[in-house]
Design a protein around this ligand. Structure first.
Ligand code: G3P
Length: 478
């Protein structure tokens, strides 16, 4: 109906003075679903100015009161799970049930964060000078954790709500102000989520949500001198941001090519179930999705047969109908996935199913006998297409894992726990899962990537700590 969703600044919902909007295309219908404000640089300045002021007061609010407000958000988010989930269905084609799960998981995360915050932020340390050579017991050092200032949060389209609150809640409990730049696909879900913070009654300007074109406000935001920390999840844009950002702490998660190493003694039914869950849930659009299977030759045919039988049972269609496989986020993304499949096909890959695509909807596809010269062996399709490489030795699998530009997670399947530990030790990734598919959650676990997969470590506790700085006060005794 032409309505343009307002952005959130200084505790109010506003229309941008640009008079322009950004269209959000529904991946399923490929028609405009929503419109959001195309904010200007001037409006970014305003948001950051008020964030700076609000933060100073917020840092003085007792920790238990900050926690209380966050607990309120949890309740409000859950009360509003259906309207928020509906946006996720329309904007990013997330299957209906998963969309609701994302909102509930986000509420839980906010509450956990409040509880964790009151514990870890209350603790500091106390040191005496006499342990360092030449010193008497004449200096007492008290160390506490102080907020960084204004945190800029940039989450991706695949979890516009959950990966936003995983940045917002730690920032706020630690005494920071927060500016959210949501992804265009997912912006309306994010605005609804921010409304829950508004309803909880946070002070004006402490949290804001600015929408718009990356080309106009992207660099302006990330290079802005008023931003004291950036927490980003997404694609290669993160590499650009890290090059341009100032001397501020960065937390980044930029994708993965998670391997699944399968040994001869593995429980193949368990592996197949995890490959389906890990490789195809949300149509493979997760950084932690299984993105390449490295299976020992002797069990490869059995495993491929089991996986194929399960692929045949996956439902394909609309997110409203809660299908397993739903349209991928955009036409650009579908074209890229198709390009990777065609490259492999041309180089002689075994197509376990026929390649089928209607608009942005791509049918699940397993590619067997993938070789290292095929792009799909290394690139991240972010779609329901999974390559299988048959390996002759475990070393070959580890080499493939460590040869990737990415190093997010990986998994290994075997009944021999000693072998699993040795392989885990040799895999250069942020996390190794033994006998289960990669996953970020539970959300208090540390979550980090090596190489191009990221900077720093996430998870609730790590993020709270990352969004603070140590402050020392030294008492010099006479
Ligand atoms: O793709 C984003 C990444 O954080 C994945 O999260 O929960 O699907 O493992 P999860």
């Amino acid at each position: 109906d032409g309505e343009v969703y307002k952005y959130y600044s200084e505790g109010e919902w506003k229309i941008s003075l640009s008079g322009k909007s950004v269209e959000i295309i529904n991946p399923t219908t490929r028609k405009t679903q929503y419109k959001v404000q195309a904010c200007t640089q001037e409006e970014v300045n305003k948001v950051l100015e008020s964030a700076k002021i609000a933060q100073k007061n917020w840092a003085k609010i007792p920790l238990w009161k900050r926690a209380e407000l966050l607990h309120k958000v949890d309740v409000i988010l859950k009360e509003n799970k259906h309207p928020i989930a509906e946006c996720l269905v329309k904007e990013v084609a997330k299957p209906a049930k998963d969309a609701v799960t994302e909102v509930v998981r986000s509420g839980d995360l906010v509450s956990y964060c409040a509880e964790e915050g009151v514990r870890v932020l209350a603790e500091g340390s106390f040191l005496t000078s006499d342990s360092f050579p030449g010193n008497e017991r004449s200096k007492f050092c008290m160390v506490s954790k102080i907020p960084l200032g204004v945190v800029l949060a940039i989450p991706p389209f695949n979890y516009p709500v959950n990966l936003a609150v995983s940045k917002i809640a730690p920032a706020l409990i630690a005494g920071n102000a927060l500016v959210l730049k949501p992804p265009t696909q997912g912006a309306v879900a994010a605005l609804h989520m921010v409304h829950c913070f508004h309803m909880a009654g946070f002070p004006k300007g402490l949290i804001s949500c600015i929408t718009g074109k990356g080309s106009e406000i992207g660099d302006f935001l990330t290079m802005h001198p008023a931003v004291n920390c950036i927490s980003f999840t997404g694609g290669d844009t993160g590499i650009e941001i890290s090059k341009k950002a100032g001397m501020i702490p960065l937390q980044m998660e930029l994708g993965g090519k998670d391997v699944c190493i399968v040994l001869e003694d593995a429980d193949l039914d368990l592996v197949a179930t995890n490959i389906i869950k890990g490789g195809f849930s949300y149509s493979g659009q997760r950084c932690t999705a299984v993105k390449v299977v490295l299976v020992m030759e002797s069990v490869a045919s059995d495993l491929v047969e089991k996986v194929n039988a399960m692929v045949a049972k996956l439902t394909v269609g609309r997110p409203e109908d809660d299908c397993d496989i739903t349209p991928v986020v955009s036409e650009t993304s579908s074209n890229y996935i198709e390009e990777l499949v065609m490259d492999a096909k041309q180089k002689g890959v075994t197509m376990c199913q026929e390649f089928k695509r209607e608009g942005n909807l791509i049918w699940p596809l397993l590619l067997d006998n993938v070789r290292a010269d095929m792009r799909i062996a290394w690139e991240e399709p972010f779609g329901p297409v999974l390559p299988v490489i048959r390996i002759k030795s475990v070393e070959e699998g580890i080499e493939h894992c460590n040869g990737s530009n990415y190093g997010l997670q990986g998994c290994v399947f075997t009944r021999d726990i000693n072998k699993a530990m040795l392989i885990s030790d040799a895999m250069e990734t942020g996390t190794v899962q033994i006998n289960s598919a990669p996953a970020r959650g539970p959300d208090h676990f540390p979550f980090q990537g090596l190489r191009d997969s990221g900077i720093g470590s996430q998870g609730i506790t790590n993020t709270i700590n990352m969004m603070t700085k140590n402050k020392s006060t030294v008492l010099n005794l006479p």
